[in-house]
Design a protein around this ligand. Structure first.
Ligand SMILES: C[S@@+](CC[C@H](N)C(=O)[O-])C[C@H]1O[C@@H](n2cnc3c(N)ncnc32)[C@H](O)[C@@H]1O
Length: 211
């Protein structure tokens, strides 16, 4: 396995434009449609924000977004998201490893971790950051997440991913069993990235929970 510090950096280095689709993620769109919130000046933390598709979407709804990603290339591509310039002042970028960052307790209304936990080296790191996420979330605040599960091992084309950091199906839901589960699903996706062009599958789980 490739032990690079940032497991998607190779994909960013090998692409010249947006690597991920520019539209917000499935459960982020669902959250905005189904949960009646005024996003104006809500504090949102986007962990492993990537190229900013979720951060820019929520900042355009008025949220103050703190976007953390370890990749300088990913963060530089926020500017390529549609409507970025309209909301740039609402976004604070932090280039850092999310396992090392810290925030004040009860600071965020919404915390997103979409596709980042499976980039860790071991599940213990996921358990540890979830405890921190719970402490950083305001009472009545929300968590929106997606992570890979071990039903399907990492595909050969992404051998930089480590199955040691893949949760069991429904494990993410169990880790939030002390919160109210608003929506959750296990899924299998088939995708082809612009870099390798090799079709592959991932098993994953999505969750929206309220503190
Ligand atoms: C699968 S991508 C998802 C990006 C974005 N959340 C989205 O939904 O499009 C995972 C992102 O997490 C970042 N990442 C991986 N490990 C990280 C870590 N330990 N700390 C911060 N960011 C990390 C990668 O650079 C990458 O941009």
């Amino acid at each position: 396995m490739n032990e690079t510090k940032n497991k998607y950096q190779i994909e960013y280095e090998n692409s010249t434009s947006l690597f991920w689709e520019a539209k917000p993620a499935k459960f982020v769109s669902y959250f905005v449609k189904e949960v009646p919130l005024d996003f104006n000046d809500l504090n949102v933390l986007d962990l492993g924000a990537g190229e900013g598709k979720n951060s820019v979407y929520l900042a355009n709804l008025g949220a103050n977004v703190t976007a953390v990603d370890v990749s300088d290339i990913a963060l530089s591509r926020f500017a390529l998201q549609p409507n970025y310039t309209k909301c740039a002042a609402k976004i604070k970028q932090i280039q850092a490893d999310i396992r090392t960052v810290n925030f004040s307790p009860f600071h965020f209304d919404v915390i997103i971790a979409y596709g980042v936990f499976h980039c860790f080296s071991h599940k213990q790191e996921i358990y540890s950051i979830i405890q921190k996420i719970k402490s950083w979330t305001k009472t009545d605040g929300y968590f929106i997440g997606l992570t890979f599960t071990d039903k399907i091992p990492p595909p050969e084309v992404q051998d930089y991913l480590d199955i040691e950091a893949f949760l069991k199906e429904n494990e993410l839901q169990s880790l939030f069993s002390d919160w109210h589960i608003i929506a959750s699903e296990n899924d299998i996706i088939t995708e082809t990235h612009s870099t390798s062009k090799i079709q592959h599958q991932h098993s994953l789980t999505r969750l929206i929970a309220k503190k």
